[in-house]
Design a protein around this ligand. Structure first.
Ligand SMILES: Cc1cc2nc3c(=O)[nH]c(=O)nc-3n(C[C@H](O)[C@H](O)[C@H](O)COP(=O)(O)OP(=O)(O)OC[C@H]3O[C@@H](n4cnc5c(N)ncnc54)[C@H](O)[C@@H]3O)c2cc1C
Length: 364
């Protein structure tokens, strides 16, 4: 029996744990500190098709990551799990300059050939849009894509770990390479996955590596609303904030992107209030909604904003993924799946050479 440790049970680690747990000859142990985890702070949007980023490798990963949810949902259903963490509720894109909507519409039309998941595309006027999202105002037209989805990151991790039935140890651990294998928390492992998000440097630097991953603080506010917003689309205006409606009278507003706060996890009420005031001009009912909580998570960024995954240079049997940034709910599952395949000598649709670990992890 091969013993595998997964350090970090965010979206990447939990997906890898789920796929590895299907293998009869592998015993998986998961270690997760959980403090500041990006995945559980995220009320996520899966809608990569409108991005103007020129990074082709990133776009390939993001569009295939959105598609991968179809397989993941089918697999989890077969494993007897509910797939209540994911809904294709559609997405509204708003632009300050109305003429940009047409450009975006044309881009999405082209991209729909290779990503039919985008679904129906239409430029809607305010009256038509407010049939789908009553009370939304402050714009003349918007772009609608019916295939945009929302994901509850924390619920997804719960379902993945529930299906995998692996042992999860909730503590911060370090990694000690031995002559054969690795020691973590006084246990021996043959192979290791480091899915530690923004904290990758903390575990690799003591082993003599320099790691190009920096933390970015993200804050989000949850509201309780009287109506069930389960069928409402996600609203994505230009700028930082999005409105993410969920079934059961829940609405999330987020998120901040704070680059100079390190690993700080304090809630900044002023910043959240500013975001709420801006959002209220588009959705005045937000002023009457009851605040039910705030969430803070730390995203991982590389200096060129690209994610990476693969083997840690010169650390045989240790695999890693990080740098998922603000699209990690989109790319996390496909990356976790690829790590599970690589660990067994297999491969997937993504070529790890396009996301090289050695660009971001260097021996000192
Ligand atoms: C507020 C917010 C909103 C977001 N919205 C979206 C969105 O709309 N769409 C989208 O696609 N993405 C979104 N994201 C980004 C996405 O959530 C992240 O990119 C993704 O969840 C990162 O997953 P991960 O598994 O790499 O890391 P994480 O989820 O951060 O998990 C890493 C885990 O490793 C643990 N860990 C680290 N070191 C150790 C150690 N030594 N020992 C034990 N455990 C350890 C940590 O405690 C943590 O639990 C958002 C993020 C935030 C914060």
């Amino acid at each position: 029996m091969k013993k595998v440790a997964i350090v970090g049970a965010g979206i990447v680690g939990a997906t890898a744990a789920y796929y590895l747990s299907k293998e009869a000859d592998i015993e998986v142990t998961v270690f997760d500190f959980g403090h500041g985890q990006a995945t559980k702070a995220a009320a996520g949007i899966i809608s990569p098709w409108f991005s103007k980023r020129r990074n082709k490798a990133w776009y390939k990963m993001a569009r295939l990551g959105a598609d991968f949810y179809v397989d993941l949902l089918a697999d989890l259903e077969k494993s007897g799990q509910q797939v209540d963490f994911y809904q294709r509720s559609g997405v509204f894109l708003l632009k300050n300059d109305d003429s940009k909507l047409e450009e975006l519409y044309q881009l999405a039309l082209q991209r729909r050939d290779e990503s039919p998941l985008i679904g129906e595309l239409a430029i809607l006027d305010q009256a038509t849009a407010s049939n789908l999202f009553p009370g939304l105002e402050g714009f003349e037209r918007l772009l609608y894509a019916s295939g945009g989805a929302r994901v509850d990151g924390q619920l997804l991790v719960t379902r993945l770990l529930g299906a995998s039935q692996v042992k999860v140890i909730n503590k911060e651990v370090s990694l000690t390479p031995l002559s054969s294998g690795y020691q973590i928390d006084n246990q021996m492992f043959d192979q290791v996955i480091l899915s530690t998000g923004a904290w990758l440097g903390h575990i690799l630097e003591p082993l003599g590596y320099e790691v190009d991953v920096r933390p970015q603080k993200g804050q989000l506010r949850d509201y309780q609303v009287p109506q069930d917003m389960g069928a409402y689309p996600v609203v994505m205006p230009e700028g930082e904030w999005d409105l993410i409606p969920f079934p059961g009278g829940k609405l999330s507003l987020g998120a901040t992107h704070e680059n100079d706060m390190g690993f700080d996890l304090a809630v900044d009420e002023n910043l959240l209030q500013q975001m709420a005031e801006t959002a209220s001009s588009f959705y005045p009912s937000l002023k009457d909604a009851i605040i039910s909580g705030e969430r803070v998570g730390i995203r991982a960024y590389t200096s060129d904003f690209s994610p990476f995954f693969g083997q840690v240079p010169n650390l045989s049997g240790v695999f890693v993924a990080s740098g998922l940034g603000s699209s990690g709910l989109t790319t996390g599952p496909i990356i976790g799946y690829h790590l599970a395949q690589m660990l067994q000598g297999g491969s997937g649709v993504l070529d790890p050479a396009d996301y090289p670990t050695e660009r971001y992890i260097k021996e000192k």
